[in-house]
Design a protein around this ligand. Structure first.
Ligand SMILES: Cc1cc2nc3c(=O)[nH]c(=O)nc-3n(C[C@H](O)[C@H](O)[C@H](O)COP(=O)(O)OP(=O)(O)OC[C@H]3O[C@@H](n4cnc5c(N)ncnc54)[C@H](O)[C@@H]3O)c2cc1C
Length: 232
């Protein structure tokens, strides 16, 4: 067993599907028995560890973070990766992923998890948040009340009819504007907010200042920020 095997899990790309114009679903097989909860992510090794440029860059661009879209504990894990115009090593890895390719990634982790006891669930995010939200929505009991404003980039989300569509990655403040338009119950629920960092802040600000939600009812996770590489 190598050092890499101690830190990471290795599987094989079994399927690649262009599930929406800008989103590729990459199914990785041969990874049974991982402890995963819907909403959690893995960190994928997206560059060749042995390449000279990896060593010269000080290992900066080695890992990129992706939510688990779905996981079958018999050994198959699905990721959904958004292509974006400034494609760094993560987007480039997804563009070129092919069947039979080996993929190493860290075990699932993260605290963006649905809270069972919530009176209702509010999802707000951009296209990078849609895969995590999809897994979370699938895990909710059918009786759970759901609201949301989510940019999906065409990724088919469960309970999509209960979510307001956000057409594109919104400009700063755009996502908060869509959340402001939602008719929510008087009493706070639990909010899950993810995607571009300033949008996440703007949604939190709106919920706290304009709707009077307590901070601990809002789970915020910035997934990326303009000009920053490999946020996690
Ligand atoms: C917990 C967590 C879960 C995530 N889950 C997913 C997921 O399921 N699917 C998914 O597609 N992404 C997901 N992301 C976001 C993804 O990790 C980032 O978008 C990542 O920066 C992409 O890596 P890259 O190498 O392509 O670009 P980087 O090298 O990181 O960045 C290069 C340039 O592109 C810009 N950039 C990065 N991401 C975007 C974007 N989305 N839109 C426009 N510009 C961008 C950066 O600001 C930078 O200027 C997640 C992030 C986190 C922290």
């Amino acid at each position: 067993m190598s050092l890499l095997d101690l830190i990471m899990v290795t599987g094989t790309v079994e399927e690649v599907e262009q599930v929406a114009p800008r989103v590729r679903r990459i199914a990785i097989s041969g990874v049974p028995g991982l402890p995963w909860r819907p909403g959690q992510h893995v960190r994928v090794l997206v560059t060749d560890l042995m390449a000279l440029r990896t060593w010269l860059s000080g290992f900066k661009d080695v890992l990129r973070t992706y939510s688990v879209w779905d996981y079958d504990p018999r050994g198959r894990l699905d990721l959904c990766v958004l292509d974006h115009p400034q494609a760094g090593p993560g987007a480039l890895w997804a563009r070129t992923a092919s069947i039979g390719q080996q993929v190493a990634f860290t075990r699932p982790e993260g605290r963006l998890l649905p809270r069972d006891e919530a009176p209702y669930h509010l999802f707000a995010g951009d296209e990078t948040a849609a895969p995590a939200f999809g897994a979370m929505l699938r895990a909710l009991p059918p009786a759970a009340r759901v609201f949301g404003a989510v940019a999906t980039a065409g990724l088919p989300l469960p309970r999509a009819g209960e979510l307001a569509a956000v057409e594109t990655t919104p400009e700063a403040g755009g996502l908060a504007g869509r959340v402001r338009e939602l008719e929510l119950p008087e009493r706070p629920g639990v909010a899950y907010v993810a995607g571009e960092a300033r949008d996440c802040q703007a949604v939190r600000h709106h919920l706290m200042r304009e709707r009077g939600w307590p901070r601990d009812a809002i789970k915020v996770k910035a997934f990326w920020a303009p000009g920053k590489r490999g946020l996690d």
